[in-house]
Structure formats: C-alpha cells, structure tokens
Design a binder for this molecule. Structure first.
Ligand code: SF4
Ligand code: SF4
Length: 165
C-alpha cells in the first residue's frame, strides 16, 4: 500500500484545494448566470428537449376539425389502458368516423409514447413540453377532447389555482 506523505496525512491542503474548487464554481455561477447549468425552476421557465414526451394534444386538419378518425389504435396499444374513445359517425360522408368523446387519464399514463407511434393519422402528439401536471382532485387529471384540442384549459388553471402552462 502506498504510504501517505506528511502533507497528505495532514489532509488540510486537500480540504483547502476542494474548497477552492467549490468557491470558484460558486462565483462563476453568481457572476455568469447565463452559463449556469442549474435551472431556477419554477421561478424561471425551464426548457425541455424537442423529443421530450410531455402532455398529449390532439391535432387538427386544415379546416380545424380533429384529425382523429376514432380508429382506436392508440387506445388498443396503450399499456396503461388510459385512453377512452367514443366513436361517432361523421357528418361528412367522406370521413368515416370522429371521436365524439376522447379522454386520457393522465394520472394512469406512463408517458411511453406508444399511442403516438400507433396513430396512423398523426392525430395525437406529446410535443407540448408540458410536464408539470398538478390538480387537487383525481378527476381533474382526466383530460377531455376539448382540453386535448386546446379549446379548454385544465380545471386547476381555469380556477386560478395554478399558473397557465
Ligand atoms: S403515452 Fe403510453 S401510457 Fe400514456 S396514453 Fe399514450 S400509450 Fe397510454
Ligand atoms: S388518435 Fe390516432 S390512433 Fe387514436 S383513435 Fe385517433 S386516429 Fe386512431
């Protein structure tokens, strides 16, 4: 076993060296906040990668109607069984069906992204970047079609209990 030198046995120089490194990083963080890796969330908005799987949204066609054709592929592929769709006949004879009701229980969701991969119409995406889902009641985590399409906001935000996302 290697023998420690006198200075190493004192430990003091190594402790001082460690404190110097810590102090240097402290002042770099204070004086050059732009380069700080630590994010001051939630005081400052945070950024997520483009590929981050956040809260779902339903996409629309050019005419504003939902792209979803209620084919049920997303609900079938969902391992958490948290997508519930009620299909209805569409008024346009060229479109077979549309979702009269489309809900996702975000509390059951494991954010695997399989629903997005399964969708043949690019009707469901997880690119909102929203990761902070909070509510006081379990039922507020069941997001209806209007909310997923962006026509409504979550109840806790509507009631002023959480900031807008
Ligand atoms: S991300 Fe996964 S668990 Fe969540 S709704 Fe889609 S398929 Fe289901
Ligand atoms: S979101 Fe896509 S996969 Fe799910 S029912 Fe609609 S069209 Fe089918």
């Amino acid at each position: 076993m290697r023998k420690l030198t006198f200075w190493q046995r004192l430990y003091l120089p190594e402790i001082l060296r460690g404190m110097l490194v810590t102090t240097r990083h402290f002042w770099i963080n204070v004086l050059r906040q732009r380069h700080t890796i630590t994010q001051q969330y939630p005081e400052m908005p945070t950024f997520v990668s483009e590929r981050y799987r956040g809260r779902h949204r339903l996409t629309r066609k050019e005419d504003g109607s939902p792209r979803c054709t209620a084919c049920m592929l997303c609900a079938t592929s969902c391992p958490a069984l948290c997508i519930h769709i009620v299909a209805a006949e569409h008024s346009d004879p060229m479109v077979e069906k549309h979702p009269a009701s489309f809900t996702i229980d975000e509390l059951r969701c494991v954010f695997c992204g399989l629903c997005v991969e399964a969708c043949p119409c690019d009707a469901i995406r997880m690119d909102t970047g929203i990761f902070a889902l909070a509510a006081e009641k379990r039922e507020n985590f069941i997001y209806p079609r209007e909310l997923l399409l962006g026509d409504a906001v979550p109840k806790n935000i509507a009631e002023g209990k959480a900031p807008a996302q």
